[in-house]
Design a protein around this ligand. Structure first.
Ligand SMILES: [Zn+2]
Length: 277
């Protein structure tokens, strides 16, 4: 009898401890995920302005026109402008419909694809020696060997170091002849790496710190087509990727919600957990 009752007590204590442990670990995870004080926020977007880089064949660039700026008759200050920009220039979003007729338009891409954990693959050393460098399948496998598998639902950011050239269009694009995009030269994803990431790993977006998720010399835009076919958007002309860890950052990449848009201006940030002492 007394044995039974002690056993009953220890079962109760065990259950109580389990519940407490589960509760406290949930709290800890919740705090880590939601406490902004435990993260620094890194801006991944260039500002739009007169020096914003566009594709050489773009019909126009960013313009900002002042509509009002000054004191009103009512005695208060008032400022307002209007802006105009092609969808694909500056730090911007490629909706899947950009290269797939059946793909999502900018307003229809699920937010789960745009707010997600990120991995940063660094090819800046290789790209500095070869400005036409393309990420290889072996680069992705080597990254996974060193940092763990790239899981479904991840945003991939490819760091080439190219934003150091911004806003020097000739250095950044390789050529700045207006109306001619046939002599561009900058690094990006390679076809087989894109297939591995998009089709086998199921990543939700491909980001890059150059002008395109296809390298500058591309004429067939294979990476755009591979990604768009799976409704995977592109995040182009990103910056500050050198401030992110290989993994552990949460990316929030929210484009302007243009109804029917093929892309648009993008404000992207990364939440990077502070290193534990
Ligand atoms: Zn684009």
């Amino acid at each position: 009898m007394s044995f039974r009752s002690r056993k009953g007590d220890s079962v109760k204590i065990f259950i109580l401890w389990t519940v407490l442990l589960l509760f406290s670990s949930t709290l800890a995870v919740g705090e880590q995920a939601l406490d902004l004080a435990r993260h620094r926020i890194v801006d991944l977007s260039h500002a739009y302005g007169p020096s914003t880089i566009y594709w050489p064949t773009s019909p126009s660039k960013f313009t900002l026109e002042q509509l009002a700026s000054g004191m009103t008759e009512g005695g208060y200050f008032y400022a307002a402008n209007r802006f105009c920009t092609p969808e694909h220039g500056g730090t911007h979003f490629d909706a899947p419909i950009h290269f797939s007729e059946a793909g999502f338009t900018a307003d229809k891409v699920p937010l789960e694809q745009l707010v997600a954990p990120a991995v940063v693959i660094d090819v800046s050393a290789r790209a500095s020696g070869d400005r036409d460098y393309r990420l290889t399948r072996d680069d992705v496998l080597a990254f996974e060997k060193a940092n763990g598998a790239i899981t479904r639902g991840t945003i991939v950011l490819l760091r080439t170091g190219w934003s150091r050239h911004w806003p020097d269009a000739k250095a950044y694009l390789g050529d700045d002849t207006p109306g001619n995009a046939s002599k561009l030269s900058f690094p990006s994803y390679g076809r087989e790496a894109a297939e591995l990431l998009v089709e086998a790993r199921g990543v939700t977006a491909l980001g890059i710190d150059t002008a395109s998720i296809d390298y500058g010399r591309s004429t067939g835009f294979e990476v755009h087509r591979i990604a768009a076919a799976r409704n995977v958007p592109g995040l182009e002309n990103l910056t500050n990727l050198d401030q992110l860890p290989a993994r552990g950052a949460l990316v929030v990449a929210l484009p302007m919600k243009i109804e029917g848009g093929s892309g648009g201006p993008l404000r992207a940030v990364a939440l990077v957990p502070h290193q534990r002492p």
